[in-house]
Design a protein. Sequence first.
Length: 72
Amino acid sequence: MRAPTGSLATPVEITSDSVQRGDVIQIGGQPCRVADLIQLRAGAKRLLFETGEALTMHARTRLIALRMTRKW
């Protein structure tokens, strides 16, 4: 995945509360960019990726994601 010009990819720890659209999570060695989020019960979220795949993130799940931030 390429970062847009003027952006910096920073690794951040994410939970179901902090995950955002655009976060890139590596799954099975493949980078997957979060395209949409669906709130589920008990604090869980279903992450829908640009590739059409989905991942359910439970309330206590912690992952490392790359988050694009603007470089000033």
